[in-house]
Write a protein that binds this ligand. Structure first.
Ligand code: FAD
Length: 338
């Protein structure tokens, strides 16, 4: 059980800035995200796109904004728990117990939900009992590429993830079979060209206009059954299957925590961004209130106000004194300013 001043659900830009606002008050936080990286929508949906409305940054990208936010919170040595979804919430006196999908447990007086438009979840092919294969040889991301060493790997998809992994895994796998439902790929052209080159050498087989119709096997996928647009069926054997059908966003378990919802957003008061439950806050895209704008700068403002209330709950015996970062030696000490 990890005890902490605050648990932040979501490592998007707003969750990251909340770490800063808590940190300068001397509060520590643990951040949980379902993705394998931090940055939320900025990194997952538009890492290279320019952003023009971050105050005092005339232009940045999703990626550079994330890098700078990480740099800003470096002094706080934040604990990130990636690749896991926040599942369960229970009340314990004045505190909350939070459990993730990896069964990591936290006890905290403050939960800050900065979950954006929900957790990014993989789109799955519509195959019966698909979940049983997820425990063995069906994957939606690559956590350890060595798992695929000397294997025959079926990769589904036509975007960057499918093509990047086709090229990368072809270096260590026995064979890669890349399967896409269309003729054309959506990935970067140079990666498509590389995959086509590998096809000529026999390291990669590319099957287009095919879709999966069944995975056969008891606990493990042994055969993949494919259907061509023409109606022809084909069976192929594989050691592992990687499916890259894109991501969808789902509010997930948060929807069942008894919090007041309005059109899939969490209702908050604008004084401290608390929900209808004491000690549970919502900031960033996930929250709603009259006049809410789903902008990064709104989320930054919301995190500053919510942190003040978190302080009161985490340090009930201390008086909080508002100070500017320019003039507070305490804050500067926490930031490691010499
Ligand atoms: P998000 O960035 O959505 O991050 C939320 C994180 O929470 C995700 O990583 C998710 O995986 C995680 N999560 C959710 N539920 C759980 C759970 N149960 N367990 C674990 N993790 C969970 N805004 C601007 O201000 N300026 C712009 O120019 C701009 N351009 C944009 C362009 C595009 C193409 C898009 C899509 C958005 C743009 N936005 C822009 C909007 C901006 O990206 C969002 O307002 C911002 O990302 C919201 O940040 P957030 O931290 O609230 O949520």
């Amino acid at each position: 059980m990890i005890k902490t001043d605050a648990v932040i659900v979501g490592a998007g830009p707003v969750g990251l800035f909340a770490v800063f606002e808590l940190g300068i008050m001397g509060l520590n936080a643990h951040v949980i995200d379902n993705l394998d990286k931090v940055g939320g929508q900025c990194i997952e949906l538009y890492p290279d796109k320019p952003i023009y409305d971050i105050p005092a940054l005339p232009e940045c990208t999703g990626e550079s904004l994330t890098k700078n936010l990480l740099k800003q919170i470096e002094p706080f040595k934040t604990n990130f728990h990636l690749n896991q979804r926040v599942e369960k919430l229970e009340k314990k006196n004045n505190h909350w117990l939070v459990t993730t999908s990896d069964q990591v447990q936290f006890e905290t007086p403050n939960i800050i939900i900065a979950a954006g438009v929900g957790s990014f979840e993989p789109r799955k092919p519509p195959i019966k009992d698909i979940e049983k294969f997820e425990r063995t040889n069906l994957f939606y991301s690559v956590k350890d590429k060595n798992k695929f060493k000397d294997q025959i790997v079926c990769i589904f998809g036509g975007g960057d993830s499918a093509l990047d992994w086709t090229v990368e895994l072809s270096k260590i796998s026995k064979k890669i079979i890349l399967i896409h439902r269309r003729e054309e790929f959506r990935a970067a052209q140079h990666t498509v060209n590389l995959a086509r080159e590998l096809e000529k050498n026999g390291k990669v087989e590319i099957l287009t206009n095919y879709q999966p119709v069944n995975f056969e096997g008891n606990d493990k996928i042994e055969k993949v059954v494919l259907k061509h647009d023409s109606g022809e069926q084909k069976e192929i054997s594989a050691d592992s299957v990687l499916a890259f059908f894109g991501l969808k966003m789902e509010l997930g378990p948060i929807a069942n925590w008894g919090l007041d919802l309005e059109a899939k957003s969490l209702k908050v008061n604008t004084q401290n961004f608390e929900t209808n439950e004491k000690g549970i806050f919502a900031i960033g895209d996930i929250c709603t209130y009259p006049g809410k704008l789903k902008l990064i700068l709104s989320g930054f403002h919301e995190s500053a106000l919510c942190a003040q209330e978190c302080f009161k709950r985490a340090r009930p015996d201390e008086k909080y004194v508002f100070r500017f970062t320019t003039s507070s030696s305490d804050i500067q000490k926490r930031l490691g300013v010499k």
